[in-house]
Design a protein around this ligand. Structure first.
Ligand SMILES: Nc1nc2c(c(=O)[nH]1)N[C@H]1C(S)=C(S)[C@@H](COP(=O)(O)O)O[C@H]1N2
Ligand SMILES: [Mo]
Length: 320
């Protein structure tokens, strides 16, 4: 119990420092002081995987008006079936994942395929922070302050050919590190994909951290996709493979239940899941168990200005 209390206090402290730091950066920006990054704070020089503070993260315009959920909420209510199907299982079990060293295999329709060490993979890009809304298909939501790089920049580096119409991502398969894979709950590896146009959209993000620190294992360390206008299941975790395909892939949840989950998975309050309404969402940690706080779900999770054009002419009731 005491240990647990210690850990929780640690989280709370970290978060307070983080928020103070943000306020400081905002103020400095207002005064025209050129503080361009978090680099005034000590770097643990641990790189993007290893559990430390991330150095040189620049703030962005994304989500400035949003209030993030706490570190504790974001890291203790998760979906990550490789570690169990309960919401608290990932926090309990994901310590067996070893996010360092980590390699990413890039293959398929591109000019620069290869097997990259994560540090080299991420090194060319400026790390930035984006606060995004996150909406799971199960009708709950959070607000998460990610650190990462725009997916478009990464994709350009690998020079996809004209045949590349889709980007496909795969999660690690390793029964030792991911004990949930000992059972065929899903067809491992977990697979997700985006059209090239979706992947090149400025909102698409590859996260290596949250709250200014490297990603906790339960949130998909060391590298996970973040596409905030889509349901949570598109946000594939612990990526080891990025492939450029000519054909649309069958993503994991479509493979599980194609009548309930499709390829697009755009957040849409007007198209219900066959078993529940998508009109509203339960905001994690707000309200009480008996009377949870709910908010109206927004079309494209509120990111319509940025992404609606991608789906012009597409029947979203059929392409769910
Ligand atoms: N590899 C993998 N990625 C995954 C999942 C999973 O089970 N395995 N769950 C998805 C679902 S359904 C959701 S809602 C989000 C949850 O992300 P979070 O735990 O960081 O909030 O991860 C997505 N990515
Ligand atoms: Mo989800």
């Amino acid at each position: 119990m005491i240990r647990m209390k210690k850990i929780i206090e640690q989280y709370v402290t970290d978060e307070k420092h983080y928020l103070d730091r943000r306020a400081f950066i905002k103020k400095s920006a207002g005064l025209g002081i050129g503080l361009a990054s978090f680099s005034a704070f000590p770097s643990l020089a641990e790189g993007v995987a290893g559990g430390g503070l991330l150095d040189q993260v620049i703030p962005t315009k994304y989500g400035k008006e949003l209030t993030p959920h706490t570190f504790k909420q974001i890291t203790n209510y998760n979906n990550f079936y490789e570690f169990g199907t309960g919401k608290r299982d990932p926090a309990k079990n994901a310590h067996s994942l070893k996010p360092k060293p980590w390699h990413i295999q890039v293959s398929g329709e591109c000019a620069k395929p290869g097997n990259y060490d994560l540090e080299d993979f991420i090194a060319p890009y400026q790390l930035q922070e984006r606060i995004y809304r996150f909406r799971c298909v199960e009708a709950w939501s959070m607000v998460i302050p990610w650190v990462g790089v725009p997916l478009a920049e990464v994709i350009k580096t690998f020079e996809p050919t004209s045949k590349a119409k889709y980007v496909v991502f795969k999660t690690l398969v390793d029964k030792q590190q991911m004990p949930g894979q000992k059972r065929p709950i899903l067809n491992w590896p977990y697979i997700e994909g985006l059209s090239i146009a979706e992947a090149m959209n400025p909102l698409s993000f590859l996260a290596v951290g949250l709250y200014g620190k490297t990603l906790p294992n339960q949130n998909g360390a060391p590298l996970r996709l973040v596409v905030p206008w889509k349901y949570g299941f598109k946000n594939i975790k612990s990526i080891v493979s990025i492939e450029f395909h000519e054909q649309m892939p069958i993503n994991t949840w479509q493979d599980q239940a194609s009548k309930e989950y499709g390829f697009y998975a755009n957040v849409n309050p007007n198209v219900d899941h066959p078993r529940w309404s998508q009109a509203r969402e339960r905001v994690i940690g707000r309200g009480s168990f008996f009377s949870p706080e709910k908010r109206k779900t927004e079309m494209f999770n509120g990111y319509g200005d940025e992404v609606a054009h991608l789906y012009a002419g597409l029947d979203l009731t059929k392409n769910f």
